[in-house]
Design a protein around this ligand. Structure first.
Ligand code: ADP
Ligand code: MG
Length: 274
């Protein structure tokens, strides 16, 4: 089974950017990779350099498919639906293959998320999303990277139980740090074994210390510190693949990925008594 990684954090901190680059790096290393966009505001395809008009429609918007799989019809909506819809055939049907490395193409699955306030969600869409995430996390062989919705709410509405590692992106700012701590706590409550952070958009070295000490309190190790870079911003503006356009970022995230693998390996050794 490939490693299952979820990427969280406040909105705009760089989750999607990290997810796209890591997906390509795992592919480059020869892994079979499945990248999942689980943010209601779907834009992972863009970070891979897929033009907007070619971006796949999020599965959460496919009303008929959801109705078919959950057994919910328009008139019974909310009244009766399957809590465990069969979705195991859907990744193959709907993923988009992203080339860009010498390895296998990254398989991108655009799920989307539920945006309605308070959507916990006892609705067919909620069951469908949860079913797909659970399937990909627990049953797929690929390395799976999940680009999560911003904030902490996703924890209630979709299951990320079974994830091996939760990586939280944080930028210099109290709100982002606070969100990171809350996500870390909830992740641990859900039983996620490895929780780590990436500090992004650093403009002043002193900020690294602040983030460091705050996250140390929450026992969240920082895998790398990434500076604010115009190249990264430009890649977004010009709708090109960050992996291809931002060499320096790729280098840093390669190091961060190694750090995460070490973290995972070291505690697995502990568990084995070694
Ligand atoms: N280190 C960085 N320097 C400059 N811009 C960045 C950096 N990291 C991300 N960005 C830009 O910030 C914006 C938000 O990043 P994104 O990855 O979409 O965040 P999130 O998925 O957390 O909302 C994008 O325009 C992205 O290009
Ligand atoms: Mg995003």
């Amino acid at each position: 089974m490939g490693l299952k990684i979820a990427i969280g954090g406040k909105g705009g901190v760089g989750k999607t950017t990290v997810c796209a680059v890591w997906a390509q790096l795992f592919a480059e290393d020869g892994f079979d990779v499945l990248a999942i966009d689980a943010d209601p505001n779907t834009n992972l395809a863009l970070a891979f350099g897929v033009p907007i008009k070619e971006s796949p429609e999020p599965l959460i918007k496919m009303k008929e498919l959801i109705a078919e799989r959950t057994g919910a019809s328009k008139d019974t909506l909310g009244a009766y639906f399957k809590l465990n819809p069969n979705v195991s055939d859907l990744p193959e049907k709907y993923w988009l293959k992203i080339e860009g490395t010498e390895g296998n193409p990254v398989k991108l699955l655009v799920l989307g998320g539920i945006t309605e306030a308070g959507a916990g969600c006892a609705c067919p869409e909620g069951a469908f999303l949860k079913g797909l995430l659970t399937h990909t996390i627990l049953q797929r062989q690929e390395v799976v990277l999940v680009d999560l919705a911003a904030g902490v709410e996703f924890m209630g509405r979709a299951s990320i139980q079974g994830i091996d590692a939760l990586v939280i992106v944080v930028e210099p700012g109290a709100r982002s740090i606070d969100t990171a701590k809350n996500i870390a706590r909830m992740g641990r409550e859900l039983g996620i074994k490895h929780v780590a952070a990436i500090a992004n958009k650093i403009t002043k070295v002193e900020h690294v210390g602040t983030i460091d000490s705050q996250l140390a309190e929450a026992e969240v190790p920082i895998l790398t510190n990434i500076e604010y870079s115009e190249t990264i911003q430009q890649a977004d503006l010009q709708q090109v693949s960050v992996f291809q356009a931002c060499g320096e970022l790729v280098k840093q995230l390669r190091g961060a990925k190694r750090g995460l693998m070490d973290l995972v390996a070291s505690s697995d050794n502990e568990a084995a008594g070694g």
